[in-house]
Design a protein around this ligand. Sequence first.
Ligand code: PMT
Length: 401
Amino acid sequence: MSIIRGKKIILGVTGGIAAYKSAEIIRLFKTAGANVRVIMTASAKEFIRPLTLQALSGNPVHHQLLDEKAELGMSHIELAKWGDFIIIAPASADFIASMAYGKADTLLGAVLLATNAKVAVCPAMNMSMWLHEATTSNIKKLTDRGVKIIGPDTGIQACGDNGPGRMSPPSEIVNEIIDCLQPHEMAGKKVVITAGPTQEWLDPVRYISNQSSGKMGYAIAQAAAEAGAEVTLISGPVNLVALPTIKLHSVTSAEEMLENACICSQNADIFISTAAVADYAPVKKIAEKIKSTEPEIVISLKKNKDIAKTIANTYPNIFTIGFAAETQDLNKYAKEKLKAKNLNAIIANDVSRNDIGFNSEDNEVVWIDKEDEKSFPKMNKNLLAKKLITLITAKVKTIVN
Ligand code: PMT
């Protein structure tokens, strides 16, 4: 928790039954050595008394925008400059809406407009309000602006409904903030990632493709973005949603993926090829549906250009990493691909197993580069992605130094 020591945290409390949990958030931050100031909206004071939060934070609670005494002490501009991090917990549907529109009619709203600090919002509301499209679009506005959204949790609500809308537990909120404050190992790096399968169309209804859910590639994209990188994700057709901070290029064929990869890699530092690119495509796409009357048909296929190899050869300064999907002699074939594709590293992936590789939540891989081999045991793809990003950052640093 040492990262929190000495940090200046502003806790914004808005009106809602979860306001009582703000006391515990303050206690956790104070125990970890943070300096905490509280801003309450008028309706927050209906749920918890300012005196409680003042006693816990050790600082006067701020609540009035137009207050002569406050302007002489700590004005909204000074407050906005004071904080390293502003957390709104609980954040009501109403406050989220006014925040999305940049309203400054409360002290908290004015501070949020005037601050350069990182901002996190912990929504708490009835499940129907949370699921309403107005709230969804307000939340999107905030995430597009870089605001971190923590929660909400799903469960029994104060009104008796059961669903999403409960504020996340205070310990989870504090841990998420600690995570955000960790130094960003990939800050300043531009990372291009390919993910998912490609589809090579034969006629208007049939295509050739590969297995791949895109989970591994999306997990790596998310881990890189959370590590501070500027991430471009070139994705084949998948049922996944990328973080709003990731630049997503949706493609269908290997040819489109190649075209996008070449354009997006112009200023990139790192290229990670997780996509299961179809190796062959029909020589030509038939305009009308092929009739199924023939007992046998012959389809001519042509080899698709190798995207990872093209990027490695066109941009020798980019650190290029491929994945080798193998069903036997994993390390041997992976090493051959590392060399043939002129990559900096390759990640050997056994795709003969059902519990890892294609489609599953977990993966188990071996990192291979010219000097090193490192095994990653079976784990969730999100955790593996974080570990791979840490390793890639270290490898890139060694090359630069
Ligand atoms: O998407 P998931 O369901 O999460 O599954 C993850 C995964 C198993 C797809 C992934 O971890 C993986 O192994 N990806 C590589 C799949 C693959 O096509 O491997 P390959 O051995 O055929 O190709 C080697 C490398 O060359 C890969 O980095 C591939 O992206 C790249 N390649 C291949 C052909 C081609 N025309 N262009 C390429 O860039």
